[in-house]
Design a protein around this ligand. Structure first.
Ligand code: ADP
Ligand code: MG
Length: 874
């Protein structure tokens, strides 16, 4: 490369230290990018690529104006890039040679503090991982905007580390540069994060206060790596960082990242949107702090009964005390984001408006707490015990900051009168001066007789007396000194006006300067309160989430779950919290579910689209809701405490994954069967479909047997291999259930009702019919199936499960034929005794009746429904 100019040499030297970031190089009013940075940025930001220099030696260059740089930086951060901000660090006028420049901050996806990249209602975590051996890892996570710092040790595999890491949904992970390539790849592919390197994990500067209490050197080192990285990029002290909290991953229910995705806990699989997720249903929080806390809770359900019971008890109170709850919601709305405000204070970018928000919040908090206290709930009282309400801070802010201050902190109008004597004096001088000017204007008008004479002010010329040209003849010669000529007026100055001007401007300048100093003082003072403010934020967010649970429970007719730690599952009329909200009201068919020592594993069969997957997820979601302290969508629910939940979806069914292969399916299954305990819940949805029939069936069967014989976890297994239903005979704790469907006019009607016994046909042809395949084709398929089944019927004779004679087993498609309803006990004891034969249509009506959830039906709608049913029977 040709010899560079001194400035380009400076650029190249700084760039060499920041290879992994876009270097925003300050040149006057612009940030310029050069070489590869310029080419890449021009593309990413859709800005014009230009050149610096001529001919062959021209350097690619592009730039963004300093004033609008934030939006460009945000765009790059959102795409996972880093941006190093390089400023001029001396006055260009006084520089000898090239102006000194330095990188003052590196903004990265995990350390960004402001702007669009940060969502109010979500945390933004930066993680760090240290590997100590193949089975020993330290993990630390920080949210820079709130200062929350968490750390743990994982002593299993890197696979588990990646799941734990995923639970934070981080944007960036800091690792040692020597972390294995495979591991780095796993992190980038599974989590889609930006990887950053930091090899230094020694304790430096003021880190001690955050980490010295940690007993394990591994957590300490991992936190130190993270903090070193943060110091290196933000280049400032951060007082809002909280003492690291050590947590054990198994203090919470473990839900690996595949399962979280499958269950759509915080976002939908396909669109990655909150709408349609469990979080969406549960979020009636009134503050951003509450919304973030709720998301953390959903990601980490509890496993200690006392903790779950505490949360549930406060939800109870909020349900019982409607008026108090409404008042709590109102006060919550008045509380601003204390957590992020304290982050801003520490980062040094809070303005007077932020401080007013802080003050209002501090005024609101005691009112909020009074109401919560009036509920006389033990957990609430424990929560509110010994909290510092930051009274003194509130008083300071009340005394010092104007109610409606400007955004700028350098132009005055921030500090209240009466707060500081000197400031009052300056202001007095300014006001006096100004009223003197007003009276002078009046006097001059009278004396000259020029009514339009006025005294004005502008930044360049200061104060002046203005007389229009038309009136100039009235002005006595030499009365004022000429200052400026405009097209239709002359401006003057007088000795006394000059004197006053000097006094006013000096007072103004002094007062602005003093106001700025006073504001800085107040701001420093606020820093002392960062810890108590964070504590308050914590309490407020807990209250917020629990009132949200109460609102949601009431609106959706949820019930309080009964938790028996090692007990059974017994759900009466359970519903899927999300599906019931997205389909028409009253359409959702609720279902019972029982799992106990004799009934540990349910094999679910039933036609496509019958509701198998929904039924399985419903159990997982109800369990998770219960374990985060929420009420659940059911009429009654007795639940154990699950230590882990595994959800696996067969490759063929996993539409969202797209490139999902059978290998992935098997890897995920391996993870489930190797980690699950007898206290876990496993949901296997159509596992084994990704390979040939016999292969898949063999695998499915052996997986079921393995879980049944070796693990004893509570399990739901849905399958379209009806052959597997015979497993009931040799797996004694396995029970067959199926989702019922009936034929009506030769078509299948899904009842979405799960009943005991097996279904033995997949109704493929009916689904094909629904899809409107050519009639000729359908008829032919029916003939072929009929032949198959007749052939097979002979082969299977004797092995058929006698008690489960279901509609599906009848090889006939006639609508007139009388059929036995397949679930005898569903008709009640009387009907069972009679073994009455009923038509398909009648069966459908019974099912329809059973499916009606009276809680969701208005009286008028009920009568309408009754009328419809009766007509059908006539
Ligand atoms: P499967 O897994 O048996 O193919 P799904 O569980 O995917 O079926 O359900 C298919 C559709 O049926 C769902 O998208 C939902 O709209 C509807 N559905 C499922 N269960 C119910 C239910 N209990 N009540 C009402 N509609 C349901
Ligand atoms: Mg399914």
């Amino acid at each position: 490369m040709a010899k560079q100019t001194p400035m380009m040499e400076q650029y190249l030297r700084i760039k060499a230290e920041h290879e992994d970031a876009f270097l925003f190089f300050r040149l006057g009013d612009f940030y310029e990018l050069f070489f590869d940075d310029a080419q890449k940025a021009a593309k990413e930001l859709e800005i014009t690529l230009t050149k610096r220099g001529k001919g062959d030696e021209a350097i690619p260059m592009c730039g963004v104006p300093y004033h609008s740089s934030e939006q460009y930086i945000t765009q790059l951060i959102e795409k996972g890039y880093k941006v190093a901000i390089c400023e001029q660090t001396e006055d260009p006028q006084q520089a000898k040679g090239v102006v000194k420049r330095e990188v003052v901050q590196i903004i990265t996806p995990g350390t960004v503090m402001e702007g669009k990249a940060i969502s109010d209602r979500e945390n933004n975590y930066l993680l760090s991982i240290t590997d100590f051996s193949e089975t020993e890892y330290g993990l630390a996570a920080i949210d820079m905007t709130t200062g929350q710092l968490l750390t743990t040790i994982i002593t299993t595999s890197f696979e588990d580390v990646s799941h734990e890491a995923a639970s934070f949904r981080p944007k960036e992970i800091v690792v040692p540069s020597f972390l294995g390539e495979e591991k780095q790849k796993l992190l980038t592919s599974r989590l889609g994060v930006t990887i950053s390197y930091e090899d230094n994990c020694e304790q430096i500067e003021s880190m001690g206060e955050y980490v010295n209490h940690l007993e394990d050197y591994r957590t300490k080192m991992t936190c130190q790596r993270l903090l070193t990285y943060i110091y290196r990029t933000t280049k400032r002290a951060l007082d809002h960082i909280q003492q690291a909290t050590y947590y054990l991953p198994n203090e919470y229910m473990t839900i690996d990242s595949y399962s979280k995705r499958n269950l759509e806990l915080v976002e939908t699989i396909r669109e990655k949107k909150k709408q349609g997720s469990l979080l969406w249903v549960l979020d009636k929080t009134a503050t951003a702090m509450g919304a973030r806390a709720l998301k953390q809770w959903v990601e980490r359900p509890l496993i200690r009964k006392e903790h779950i019971a505490e949360r549930l008890s406060l939800v109870d109170s909020f349900i019982e005390h409607y008026f108090e709850r409404e008042a709590v919601r109102e006060h919550l709305i008045g509380v601003y984001d204390l957590e992020r405000l304290s982050g801003k204070v520490a980062f040094g970018n809070v303005n007077a408006r932020d401080l007013i928000q802080l003050k209002r919040s501090l005024e609101e908090v005691p009112r909020l707490f009074d109401i919560v206290q009036s509920l006389r709930n033990d957990f609430a009282n424990k929560l509110l015990q010994q909290t510092d309400h930051c009274e003194q801070l509130k008083e300071l802010l009340q005394k010092s900051i104007h109610e409606d201050p400007p955004v700028s902190i350098t132009e005055g109008n921030i500090i209240k009168d009466g707060y500081n004597a000197d400031l009052d004096e300056y202001r007095h001088a300014m006001r006096n001066g100004k009223s003197w000017i007003a009276s002078m204007e009046k006097k001059e008008r009278e004396e000259t007789g020029i009514k339009s004479l006025k005294v004005g002010f502008n930044k360049v010329f200061g104060y002046y007396i203005e007389v229009t040209k038309a009136n100039l003849h009235l002005l006595p010669e030499g009365r004022y000194e000429r200052k400026q000529t405009l097209t239709n007026a002359e401006r003057y100055i007088s000795e006394e006006l000059k004197e006053k001007e000097a006094l006013i401007l000096e007072a103004e300048e002094n007062s602005e300067k003093l106001e700025y100093e006073l504001f800085m003082e107040v701001r420093e003072n606020v820093k002392e309160y960062i810890r108590p403010l964070q504590e308050l934020a914590n309490i407020v967010s807990t209250i917020d989430v629990l009132q949200s649970f109460a609102v949601v429970a009431e609106q959706n007719h949820y019930v309080k779950p009964i938790i028996t730690p090692e007990g059974d599952v017994d759900i009466k009329e359970g519903r899927h919290p999300v599906v019931e909200k997205v389909i028409d009201s009253g359409e959702y068919v609720s279902n019972n579910l029982t799992l106990n020592r004799e009934r540990e594993l349910l094999l679910i069969t039933g036609p496509n689209m019958a509701g198998k997957s929904t039924y399985m997820r419903q159990l997982a979601l109800i369990s998770i809701m219960a374990q985060i302290g929420s009420y659940v969508p059911a009429d009654e629910a007795t639940l154990p405490i699950f230590d882990q939940i595994f959800t696996r979806i067969g490759a063929a069914d996993d539409l969202a994954q797209g490139q999902s292969t059978f290998m992935v399916e098997m890897l995920e299954t391996k993870h489930a069967v190797s980690k699950a305990t007898k206290n876990s819940l496993i949901l296997l949805d159509e596992i084994g479909r990704g390979t040939s029939t016999y292969d898949g069936m063999a695998l499915a069967q052996s997986i079921i047997e393995y879980i049944h014989n070796e693990i004893g976890a509570k399990t739901l297994f849905s399958t379209h291999y009806h052959e597997l239903t015979t497993l009931e005979q040799h797996c004694e704790r396995l029970k067959n259930v199926h989702v019922s469907a009936i034929e009506e006019d030769g078509k299948v009607v899904f009842l979405h009702k799960v009943v005991d016994g097996s279904a033995d046909r997949s109704y493929g042809i009916y689904v094909a019919e629904l899809a409107e395949l050519p009639e000729k084709l359908i008829t032919r398929a029916k003939e072929i199936l009929y032949d198959f089944e007749n052939g097979q019927a002979q082969l299977q004779q004797g092995t058929e499960n006698e008690k489960a004679i279901s509609v599906e087993q009848k090889p006939s498609y006639s609508t007139n034929e009388q059929l036995t309803l397949f679930e005898e006990d569903n008709l009640g004891s009387e009907a069972t005794n009679k073994k009455e034969a009923i038509t398909n249509q009648e069966a459908a009506i019974i099912q329809e009746l059973k499916g009606v959830n009276l809680l969701h039906v208005s009286p008028i709608k009920a009568i309408e429904l009754l009328d419809q049913l009766q007509r059908k029977l006539k």
